[in-house]
Design a protein. Structure first.
Length: 196
């Protein structure tokens, strides 16, 4: 199955010039997607590796040091591998601005600890830094394709959310769709970004 997905991504690589963004957290799902993308780019002839590919990770500054070290070392290995093999893959470790940090919001602003009903931290600590990065690049790029890793089996809620999004995509070729700005607050992406 890995080979089939990698081959499908390799074919998508050739279809247009839109840059690729790859969401990376260091978890199983995003690590698999990043591996597939790296392999798909590696499968291209060296002279054809012109598409900008950017792996984006957000350091929320609340992870335990062992996780931070693992994510940073993985990103460094991807960066080195890209440079050694002329993959044109850029790696960015983003951070929320200090005024939006977990502790400023929790202690300074009196936000309650995040829970499954009020997940204020996801937007501020993860999505907003990626959105700022994408918005800086959109004038240069116009639009991009966003690759995210998610498993239906992670939870019943995740399965339901994914089923709803897939139903929306059924009419779109290659299951790709431009995400409108109104969806930005749900954490998908901003205007001009296409997700597959």
């Amino acid at each position: 199955m890995f080979g089939e997905i990698r081959d499908s991504l390799a074919a998508l690589y050739w279809q247009d010039d839109r840059p690729w963004l790859v969401g990376f957290s260091g978890g199983k799902d995003s690590t698999m997607v990043a591996s597939l993308v790296v392999d798909a780019v590696l499968a291209q002839p060296v002279e054809a590796r012109k598409k900008p590919v950017t792996i984006l990770c957000t350091n929320t500054r609340v992870e335990i040091p062992a996780i931070v070290e693992m994510v940073e070392s993985t990103l460094a290995r991807i960066r080195r591998f890209s440079e050694q093999n002329d993959l044109n893959i850029e790696v960015n470790l983003l951070r929320p601005p200090p005024e939006q940090s977990f502790w400023v919001n929790l202690i300074g602003r009196g936000y309650p600890p995040p829970n499954r009903i009020f997940r204020w931290c996801t937007q501020r600590l993860k999505i907003d830094p990626v959105t700022a990065f994408v918005n800086q690049r959109m004038g240069h790029w116009g639009e991009a394709i966003l690759h995210l890793g998610a498993r239906r089996a992670e939870s019943a809620t995740r399965a339901q959310t994914m089923a709803g999004r897939e139903a929306e995509l059924d009419e779109t070729p290659l299951s790709c769709v431009a995400i409108p700005p109104s969806v930005l607050r749900t954490g998908l992406c901003s205007d001009g970004v296409v997700t597959c």
